[in-house]
Design a protein around this ligand. Structure first.
Ligand code: SAM
Length: 301
């Protein structure tokens, strides 16, 4: 599964215990506690190079469509950037990040104590559906629980191993308590340098694009395949509105990734673009072609 292609750690993760540091062939730090279909933590090295080439190491790195925020946390925890902004419009994802940043100790205790059974899964599913959206700890934990126990991390999917637990992998297959507690601890260590918000991505882009020493990495819902993978608030007009917004930001440091749909070439015809591949598991596609678009100002590394 995507999140658990855990390449060993290349850069020193501040505060990470030796047990979580890997020494084999080196790829990227895994700090995000969430599994995310189409997650971009594997872009860590590329983003690090871009941060350095643009002299942004003392600056703020912003993910307006953050999801699992794997790349953001990797950059923060290894000291590549000073601050990060994690924004997501999905109230459940927002509750998760708020809970982890504000209450890491309580969150870890829940990880250590929760039963990893189908009965518990049923309970957490109803908390996820019914908890008040501002009950960050309960809603955030339910979101996390489903993310770690559902097939491919898809929040409205079924549990790993099925309701009857007859599959090869069981409900606890992606719930290694000590690894997850360690990731929560690391996020908690850096909490005062993390801003979490629950706004529309475009308003976050507009707000931060005016600030110096800032890099915005936008990874909006895809044109295709978004389906039920994560909350998808985007319609055709929203993709076009985002393009209008980003294309107008000539003096800002931003980059964008999408699935390599023909619309991207049309919407971003005048920007520099690059096709790349990402390991991808939610639809059993091993290599997906994605596209990266760069603002005119950005030094590409
Ligand atoms: C492609 S995923 C981002 C994955 C992320 N880059 C990662 O590495 O995990 C898109 C995210 O945008 C969020 N989203 C959808 N519509 C949004 C909107 N209008 N504003 C902000 N976030 C939105 C979804 O909840 C989802 O988490």
């Amino acid at each position: 599964m995507l999140d658990d292609h855990e390449g060993p750690i290349q850069d020193y993760v501040q505060g990470m215990s030796a047990a979580n540091m890997r020494t084999r062939d080196v790829k990227r730090p895994i700090v995000s506690p969430l599994r995310y279909p189409g997650g971009k933590s594997s872009l860590y090295s590329r983003l690090r190079a871009i941060v350095r080439a643009n002299n942004l190491t003392t600056g703020t790195y912003v993910e307006p469509y953050a999801g699992g925020a794997g790349a953001a946390l990797g950059l923060l925890a290894t000291g590549q950037v000073r601050r990060i902004v994690i924004n997501d419009l999905d109230p459940a994802i927002f509750a998760f990040w708020t809970a982890v940043v504000k209450f890491p100790a309580e969150f870890s205790e829940l990880i250590n104590r929760v039963d990893l059974t189908v009965d518990e899964w049923v309970k957490q599913k109803s908390v996820y559906a019914e908890a008040p959206r501002d009950d960050y700890l309960r809603l955030g934990f339910a979101t996390f629980f489903l993310n770690r126990t559902n097939r491919s991390g898809v929040l409205n999917g079924g549990p790993i191993g099925g309701m009857d637990q007859t599959g090869n992998y069981k409900i606890d297959a992606r719930f290694n308590r000590s690894t997850l507690v360690e990731r929560i601890r690391i996020v908690g260590l850096h909490a005062n340098r993390i801003t979490v918000s629950n706004l529309d991505g475009m308003s976050v882009i507009k707000r931060y694009s005016k600030r110096a020493n800032t890099l915005i990495y936008a990874d909006p819902p895809y044109f295709e395949k978004a389906g039920s993978l994560y909350m998808n608030s985007f319609k055709a007009g929203d993709h076009a509105a985002l393009a209008d917004c980003l294309n107008g930001l000539r003096e800002s440091n931003w980059l964008l990734t999408y699935d390599n749909a023909p619309e991207v070439e049309t919407l971003y015809a005048n920007r520099r673009r690059e096709v790349f591949s990402l390991g991808y598991s939610a639809h059993r596609v091993v290599k997906a072609k994605e596209i990266m678009v760069f603002s005119d100002k950005l030094e590409i590394a």
